[in-house]
Design a protein around this ligand. Structure first.
Ligand code: NAD
Length: 383
């Protein structure tokens, strides 16, 4: 297997550049330790792209992504600048959604882990946290309600019966919005394979989320997932309605290993699950596309946004960005040992009591409040 990997590093806006700097620091430490060769090229995206080249996803940045084996992304968008330009040119739409589409990123993986040492950061009572929470949400990313056609807002005549002797009906002009939920069998099959393969490497359980009691999509989803499960006899499959899934995440999150969700349910449940980890600053994510040869193209980013409230102050938690590099090494480059080394180094920094502001509590007297840079240094040193 090749040990040279081309990485496009797109830091973006807000805290993006600060946390990306720490992630690259950690990658350089891993590169040395595991005799790998990372060709990391940085390029502007988001408002940084607009300022540098007039577009949220400049052509040169997109070309770099096409020539790379994986994209390491920060985050984009600034709430005070976004409303000043048309919606379709804004960074999240013009850069993020464009990249998802361009590279066919159909699988979104969001690991949510709450280490015991950070129990205080979790909104649930300690007895609900068991021995620590460890869930992987696998979300379908390119189908369902967010992309189905027709998708539009149109004029509509609404029948309004009048309370009069003639029972007159007035046609009242209004508008109606239409979104379409649609899934094909191959779309469900390929995301199900991702979930079962991931579960096989973990605690071997998939909880498939649907709304089969109401939605046609839910019935097909359940059928297809059940069929794919037969190819993974070592992995246990259970089905759960999405409303119950949302409730169970709060009542007993430790029952979940891999949660397999369609696009919209995954969007909502992955944020709910994220809340269990206490801070967005701890959560990485991976979006995977097609495999070519031995590499799977992937896009890796923290779950949070640009956090303008703390940007440029050395306050951001770089762990989400650093753990995103671990996912990149595991899922795109097949470097499991190196990925594990990064995760272990993060564990060491936490166990040593280092805390950025978002995960710090004065009640923990053994904890030491540190900045973005110090956390990155400690993790790189622990690698
Ligand atoms: P946000 O995720 O940026 O911030 C929400 C809260 O979480 C803030 O209090 C922030 O300080 C905190 N936070 C987030 N990441 C953190 C970190 N690494 N360390 C410590 N604290 C952290 O969400 P928002 O405020 O709703 O959005 C701000 C901007 O980011 C908006 O322009 C939005 O459109 C954009 N955004 C981009 C992405 C992306 O690029 N993928 C995702 C979400 C939001």
């Amino acid at each position: 297997m090749s040990t040279t990997f081309k990485i496009a590093a797109l830091a973006g806006d807000g805290i993006g550049p600060e946390v990306m700097r720490e992630a690259i620091k950690v990658l350089r430490a891993v590169e040395k330790k595991f005799s790998l060769n990372f060709q990391i090229t940085e390029a502007p995206v988001g408002w940084a792209g607009i300022d540098a080249a007039g577009k949220a996803l400049p052509d040169a940045t997109l070309a770099l992504c096409r020539q790379s084996d994986a994209i390491l992304f920060g985050s984009v968008g600034l709430p005070d600048r976004d409303p000043t330009i048309p919606k379709e040119e804004r960074p999240e739409r013009a850069a993020l959604l464009r990249i998802r589409k361009e590279f066919g990123l159909y699988a979104n993986l969001r690991p949510v882990q709450l280490p015991k040492a950070l129990a205080h950061a979790c909104p649930l009572r300690p007895e609900r946290q068991g021995d620590g929470i460890d869930i992987l949400v696998v979300r379908e990313l390119t189908g369902g309600m967010y992309f189905g056609q027709p998708k539009k807002t149109e004029d509509y005549f609404h029948e309004e019966p009048q309370v009069d002797a003639n029972a007159t009906v007035i046609m009242k002009r209004c508008q109606r919005a239409i979104d379409t939920m649609v899934y094909t069998t191959p779309e469900i099959e390929r995301i199900a394979h991702v979930a079962f393969k991931a579960a096989a490497l973990r605690r071997k359980k998939v909880t498939s989320i649907d709304k089969a009691n109401v939605l046609e999509n839910g019935v097909l989803w359940r059928d297809v997932v059940t069929k794919i499960a037969r190819q993974y006899p070592d992995v246990q499959l259970e089905h759960m309605f999405v409303d119950n899934g949302a409730m169970q995440l709060m009542l007993k999150p430790t029952q979940f290993d891999v949660m397999l969700c369609e696009n919209m349910f995954g969007d909502i449940l992955s944020d709910e699950a994220a809340a269990l980890a206490g801070s967005l600053g701890m959560l990485p994510s991976a979006s995977l596309g097609k495999a070519t040869g031995e590499l799977t193209f992937g896009f890796y980013e923290p779950a949070g946004g640009t956090a303008p409230d703390i940007a440029g102050k050395n306050l951001a938690n770089p762990i989400a960005q650093i753990l995103s590099t671990a996912l990149m090494l595991r899922y795109s480059f097949g470097q499991n040992a190196a990925a594990g080394a990064i995760e272990a180094a993060v564990g060491k920094a936490i166990a040593a009591g280092l805390r950025t502001g978002d995960i710090y509590t004065p009640a923990d007297t053994s904890a030491k409040k540190v900045g973005t840079r110090e956390m990155g240094d400690a993790i790189a040193a622990a690698v």
